[in-house]
Write a protein that binds this ligand. Structure first.
Ligand code: ME8
Length: 654
């Protein structure tokens, strides 16, 4: 029995939900919905929740003149409302102030204690309240600022319980090495391994005595358990903890996945697995750390109102499906993203209103007109155009399914949109309006309409994890019951088209878009789009000006399809690989590529890439590098360029 358990981080209640929280939660929701369609809802669990203890929450409450629990009770409703607005289908919502959570935290503490992994000591160090983490002096910016938040750290000196993290250093390294899927994507795995290999791990201070907002340590009520130990335990406390039925089904006997932002990688890939190893409990199958969103190039921060994108407001104005689609489509999970209202509106207009919305509009109108809304069952369909539609649908299903299994939602959308576009083309090519004019065309018309309806039925099922409302509306308009399983057979059952049909996505023309954007900015308390924003934070590094080039300039680039035929590491160069790339010349080209942090050499052989062949040769690490393999990413390489089907090496790319 295959089971699937997927979680978001639990969010701190000192902030209200913003775009970043929505991103993780939507991604997890999409993956959970897909698995429900594949495995059945009873075999899937999705968890989200809130992190309500710790000094940060206590201080935030104090500033507002509230008790911490008052703050938590108020803000948790904002999170619940946001997830409702975005159609998040979590099976459970855990709060760390719930008794069911506390019981499991205490149980875990005792397990660590029984292993001899908890001891009392004295702690003196620098603490960042925003991170809820101690930093060694060497890591502080300017000797006194937290490296993440750049806010002043506080000196903490107190008695504390420690967890013997150091004992698990080697075990963690070998676990990560032996389980390549544990930390994903590869770049994050390398980051964790780099950290683990760089210096001896220090034991972790896991209790505090100078404030009270948290869970008291067993037998030591003057100690409050460190908020990260408390928080990480949510993933199993929500299942009832070791021994409980839910825990057995969804922790011990399931594919378990934590999706997090890259900011909290170390907590999830070092502290959490070390605690589980100590307690003798299974580790999660995968920790996937996604990238970081900025807003118009700026870090999301409380000091910059324009960056405080409210996902609830957006959903009210353009629909939850559009927000979900944008977040999943704009950047691959794992890469960093830059949000702009213009980008959101562009995708709504082109991909949602034009491609998908139009498809449904056209079909409903056509089906009413030519067969009085009665769609025939599909019989036959052997014309090359019908076959192309069916095989494209099957490919979309297989590729999208594989991508979602591999936690790559944007790749799944690529595959699905191939089908959406082909279905539009199918109507243009089969010309039902011509067939309808001629009585001999009737049999063919039935096949065409049924094939087309079948492609729409499939599209509804394929987009359902991303666009649950649109999927239901497509099914309703086709007169089908709202199925939720991933498509299998290509067999339209026949149906009666619904009498009314809502437009799936409203196109936003320029004036409408401008009005909306002004409203969003005004709500955030930010100046209008045209007015330059007052710099309240140091400006982010600007991108170098990209000068416009002419067609002739572009034509001077000799871009070709290349196939990697050999890949080797370069001694003493962590970031570089020595590649041999076949590009249609008698001998492969040799190049040095800075992709070693993102790709291991073994996986590269056979890959097709876009290759710049007329770049000036350059000697790098003693190797004459003659050309360049194109890849995505700025400072860090995130993905190699590739082609979506096999092409003979040497073929021109333009
Ligand atoms: O860290 N881009 O909670 P948190 C992308 N309570 N994702 C973002 C983002 C951005 N700009 N900003 C936030 C905590 N996120 C702890 C977690 S888990 C046991 C405890 C998302 O409220 C991203 O998932 O600070 C990130 O990891 C999370 O919100 C941090 O939420």
């Amino acid at each position: 029995m295959e089971r699937f358990y997927i979680t978001t981080p639990i969010y701190y209640v000192n902030d209200v939900p913003h775009l970043g929280h929505a991103y993780t939660t939507v991604a997890v929701d999409v993956l959970a919905r897909y698995q429900r369609a594949r495995l059945g809802p009873e075999n899937v669990r999705m968890l989200t929740g809130t992190d309500e203890h710790g000094l940060k929450i206590q201080e935030a409450a104090h500033k507002r003149g509230e008790t911490p629990i008052e703050l938590a009770d108020r803000v948790v409703e904002r999170f619940r409302a946001a997830w409702r607005a975005l159609d998040i289908s979590n099976d459970d919502f855990i709060r760390t102030t719930e008794p069911r959570h506390k019981a499991v935290v205490l149980d875990l503490w005792r397990r660590l204690e029984q292993q001899g992994d908890i001891y009392l000591g004295d702690y003196e160090g620098w603490y960042c309240i925003s991170c809820e983490e101690f930093y060694p002096e060497s890591q502080l910016a300017g000797g006194k600022l937290c490296p993440v938040h750049e806010r002043e750290v506080t000196r903490v000196k107190e008695q504390s319980y420690f967890f013997r993290l150091s004992k698990y250093q080697d075990a963690l390294i070998s676990y990560i090495e032996q389980h390549p899927g544990f930390v994903q994507p590869t770049i994050r795995k390398n980051e964790v391994l780099g950290f683990l290999r760089s210096e001896p791990l220090r034991d972790l201070s896991i209790s505090r005595t100078t404030f009270g907002w948290g869970i008291q340590a067993p037998e030591h009520p003057e100690h409050v358990i460190y908020v990260w130990i408390d928080a990480l335990t949510n993933y199993i406390s929500a299942l009832g903890g070791p021994g409980a039925d839910g825990y057995q089904r969804f922790w011990e006997a399931a594919r378990t996945i934590h999706v997090i932002g890259k900011d909290i990688l170390r907590f999830h890939c070092v502290y959490w697995p070390a605690m589980l190893l100590s307690a003798g409990l299974p580790l999660p199958r995968t920790v996937f750390a996604h990238g970081w969103w900025k807003v118009s190039g700026k870090k999301i921060s409380k000091g910059l109102p324009a960056t405080r994108i409210d996902p609830v407001q957006l959903s009210e104005d353009v629909g939850a499906d559009a927000v979900r689609y944008f977040l999943m489509r704009e950047v691959p999970l794992g890469a960093d993203g830059d949000f702009s209202y213009e980008g959101l509106i562009g995708r709504i207009n082109s991909e949602l209103a034009n491609d998908l919305g139009n498809l449904l509009n056209r079909s409903a109108a056509m089906l009413r007109k030519y067969v009085g809304g009665k769609i025939p069952a599909l019989a036959g369909g052997d014309d090359p155009l019908d076959v192309e539609l069916r095989t494209t649908a099957e490919r979309a299903r297989d590729d999208a399914g594989k991508a979602l299994d591999e936690l790559a939602p944007s790749r799944a959308l690529d595959a699905i949109w191939e089908l959406v576009r082909l279905a539009n083309r199918y109507v243009d090519q089969t010309q039902p309006w011509v067939l309808a004019r001629n009585p001999e065309g009737k049999a063919r018309l039935d096949v065409v309409l049924a094939s087309f309806a079948e492609s729409l039925r499939w599209i509804a099922l394929l987009v359902a994890p991303f666009l649950p409302r649109s999927a239901t509306e497509i099914q309703r308009q086709l007169g089908l019951s709202s199925g939720e399983r991933w498509p299998s057979a290509w067999r339209y059952p026949g149906s009666q088209v619904a009498e009314t049909g809502a437009v799936l996505f409203q196109r936003l023309d320029e004036p409408a878009a401008a009005t909306l954007i002004d409203k969003w900015l005004a709500k955030a308390g930010a100046p209008k789009a045209e007015a330059p924003e007052a710099p309240t934070e140091p400006a982010p590094p600007t991108k170098p000006d990209v000068a416009k080039i002419t067609y002739e300039d572009f034509g001077r680039l000799d871009l070709r399809v290349g196939r990697i035929v050999k890949a080797d590491r370069i001694p003493k160069a962590d970031k570089l690989l020595h590649l041999h790339v076949e590009i249609g010349e008698p001998a492969p080209r040799e190049v040095v590529a800075g992709i070693a942090t993102a790709y291991a050499p073994d996986g590269l052989v056979g890959k097709q890439v876009v290759f710049l062949a007329n770049l000036e040769p350059k000697k790098i690490r003693g190797i004459l590098s003659h050309g360049m393999v194109l890849a995505a990413g700025d400072a860090e390489v995130l993905a190699l360029s590739g082609l979506d089907r096999e092409v003979v090496p040497g073929t021109k790319v333009k």
